[in-house]
Design a binder for this molecule. Structure first.
Ligand code: BDP
Length: 674
């Protein structure tokens, strides 16, 4: 049986704790010396010896070892007190080692420890929206980590630290390039570069995947067509797969964005998404690779509610995908808004494995300039009940495969990582990378417990730090919703870069790129009617869900304006009118940020100077940004409601015209040159 006591050193897990400034580089893996004397003694007693695996597990033992790892404090043969780390695969030992290190960093007792754990979702993947020119689309933490020009000659040691951080929270896959893909990544020189990265990641159990451009056979293959039913096209993908697996034997597969926002796809040839996905999946099948085919589509030609379009295109294809295709669906039906209802496709494709895609990078939640801990957002979707097979058919159960027992399961998080020294830009934004990984491993964990874990490991175990910082994290997502898009409002941000308010946006080329399309403010009220009297998007949900959300009396307040066009004087559950309640939410979002500024200031002596100052400055900026959202949106909506600002809402700093004219330049994450 594989047994070991802290094979950590041989796995290269332990970072030597060198005294240096706290610049955030070490993330949650700081491994600072334990200073508490009693704890030191206990750990020293527990961790004394390294026992390497000697014999392979017997079949019976393997059968008993379903979990990825187990760590136990045990009296072995009555002689020695040992911590045993047991796993059914080598990588499980690494996961177990990291779990043990987490326990130590959290200052938990190792006596009588009995940790047993297994991932619920098989493929726990980061999606890097990184372009080959190193601009990361919607990336707010510097450039792309991948130095394509220098690879494969120079392999930056940072890649290893990236892989370690991923492995420490169970992430086991990385799509290296943007979903708006450049076919160049599939050419031989780039595959050499990808292979070098794969070589660094391999010991950490992180497999590489690539975004494939559907028209690659034309662009780099010299074919006249990329028609999925053309035999020459099929042959091209087969040859390409063979070439890839020659250099990257454990290649994970392809992620494909097709017929969406101008990307090529099978529909360009009159074929379906299934035809396209199956073509590529068949090429990968002999090697065990998979295709993650995105359902993020909305068609300019169909004058229907954008929230309905993915369902319209994909639901009829249920059961038509080959077994190594997984359909990757964003958490909500529009686009990573601060709050969305769960995507209706999760409850509508029982014969197809479905992956959940969440956005770790904060495209619509203040980029890496504002604090927004996304654990509660991820959990909201995972725990949502689709009612597909009666109550309890949650999105998480569909995604982890326990509901339908598909062969593959996957989850994808759009990464927020870049070349910034602290990896994620905002010193508190790495919490989102962390919570994504932890929930991908086990979605039953609480967003609150994970936030606390992260704070303890990233800052300190001192309760004077842990309590207030955890509380800030936990309140942050809702505060961002409040000051930007409360009560179900969505897609009212500035155009292009998406930073800050833009409820007035109405000149974009496509109707559904305009804010006015989504909020529908008029003299009567506010909100998008998606009931049977409106777009009827609600019909895409199970009857239990549709009934609840269709009825104003049972629709949750926080989704009200997503599903209903509501009069300004409508009485909300609170007793306030819609207009007054809207005002209160905008104000309370601002107030929340102000309260964090105070909380943070108290921590001056408890947090290192570098990170203290950085967060302090960003909170100041966030307060200003929150006020801008409030003042811009309320004054804009006031032009429809003709009501005075609700009591308790501060007077705006500037008139509406000021905000409409306020232009930001060079916003990170945006490819625009202005
Ligand atoms: C939107 C982003 C855009 C992405 C697109 C996608 O604005 O940059 O390309 O999603 O997910 O949120 O494909």
């Amino acid at each position: 049986m594989y047994r070991l006591l802290l094979r950590l050193l041989s796995l290269g897990v332990v970072w030597i704790a060198v005294a240096r400034g706290e610049d955030g580089y070490r993330l949650w893996l700081r491994y600072d010396p334990v200073t508490d004397e009693a704890k030191r003694r206990e750990y020293a007693a527990a961790i004394t010896e390294i026992v390497l695996p000697t014999t392979a597990p017997t079949r019976a033992e393997r059968g008993a070892m379903r979990p990825a790892f187990a760590a136990r404090d045990e009296l072995l043969a009555g002689i020695r007190d040992l911590i045993l780390l047991v796993a059914n695969r080598d990588i499980g030992l690494l996961y177990g080692a990291f779990a043990l290190l987490r326990e130590i960093q959290l200052h938990r007792s190792l006596t009588n420890m009995n940790l047993v754990s297994a991932p619920r979702i098989q493929r726990r993947v980061l999606n890097h929206w990184d372009n080959l020119n190193r601009i990361a689309e919607r990336g707010y933490a510097g450039q792309s980590l991948w130095e394509w020009f220098q690879l494969p000659d120079y392999v930056n040691p940072r890649y290893r630290d990236y892989a370690r951080a991923c492995a420490s929270i169970g992430i086991n896959g990385a799509v290296l390039n943007n979903v708006n893909a450049d076919a160049l990544i599939l050419t031989a020189p780039y595959l050499q570069k990808v292979s070098a990265l794969a070589g660094v990641f391999r010991p950490y159990g992180v497999r590489v995947y690539l975004s494939a451009r559907f028209s690659a056979p034309v662009e780099i293959g010299g074919l006249k067509t990329a028609d999925p039913l053309d035999p020459a096209v099929a042959k091209w993908w087969q040859d390409k797969a063979a070439e890839i697996y020659r250099v990257i034997p454990d290649f994970g597969g392809f992620l494909v964005k097709a017929n969406s926002e101008g990307q090529p796809g099978p529909q360009s040839y009159g074929r379906t998404h299934a035809d396209g996905a199956n073509l590529i999946a068949d090429a990968l099948a002999p090697y065990g690779g998979i295709v993650m085919w995105r359902a993020f589509v909305y068609d300019d030609g169909v004058p229907d509610d954008r929230a309905k379009q993915a369902y319209n295109e994909f639901q009829p294809l249920d059961g038509k995908f080959h077994s190594n295709v997984i359909v990757q669906i964003k958490n909500g039906p529009i686009d990573f808004m601060p709050r969305e209802p769960f995507h209706p496709l999760f409850g509508a494709m029982p014969h197809t494995p479905l992956a959940l895609e969440v956005q770790i990078t904060q495209e619509y939640l203040g980029a890496s300039t504002q604090l927004a801990y996304l654990g509660p957002l991820f959990k909201e979707c995972m725990d949502a009940d689709t009612f597909r097979n009666g109550p309890g058919t949650t999105v998480a159960k569909i995604v982890d495969g326990s509901q339908d027992l598909h062969g593959i399961s996957a989850i994808a998080g759009v990464a927020n990582i870049g070349t910034d020294r602290n990896w994620c830009g905002h010193p508190l934004a790495a919490a989102n990378w962390y919570v994504y990984g932890r929930l991908a491993w086990d979605h039953t964990l609480g967003a609150d417990a994970i936030a606390e874990e992260w704070v303890r490991q990233t800052f300190a175990n001192d309760p004077r730090v842990v309590k207030p910082v955890t509380a800030m994290l936990l309140a942050s997502r809702e505060a961002v919703v409040d000051y930007s898009m409360p009560r179900g409002l969505h897609h009212i941000m500035a155009e292009g870069h998406h930073y800050g308010p833009g409820p007035w946006v109405d000149g974009a080329r496509r109707a559904d790129w305009n804010s006015v399309y989504y909020h529908r403010a008029d003299a009567i009220g506010l909100g998008f009617d998606r009931t049977s009297k409106g777009s009827n998007a609600l019909a895409q949900y199970a009857p239990e869900v549709a009934r609840r959300w269709s009825d104003l009396a049972t629709c949750p307040d926080e989704l009200l304006l997503w599903f209903h066009h509501v009069p300004w004087d409508y009485r909300m559950r609170s007793g306030a009118t819609l207009w007054d309640e809207l005002g209160r939410h905008y104000q309370s979002g601002v107030d929340a940020v102000r309260s964090w500024e105070k909380t943070w200031d108290v921590l001056a002596d408890l947090i290192d100077e570098e990170r203290f100052y950085h967060v302090q400055a960003l909170l100041r900026r966030q307060e200003r940004d929150a006020r801008e959202w409030r003042d811009a949106c309320l004054q804009y909506f006031q032009t429809f409601s003709h009501l005075s600002l609700p009591a308790g809402v501060e007077a705006p700093e500037h008139p509406l015209d000021y905000y409409r004219a306020h232009t930001l330049h060079f916003v990170p994450g945006s490819s625009s040159i202005k």
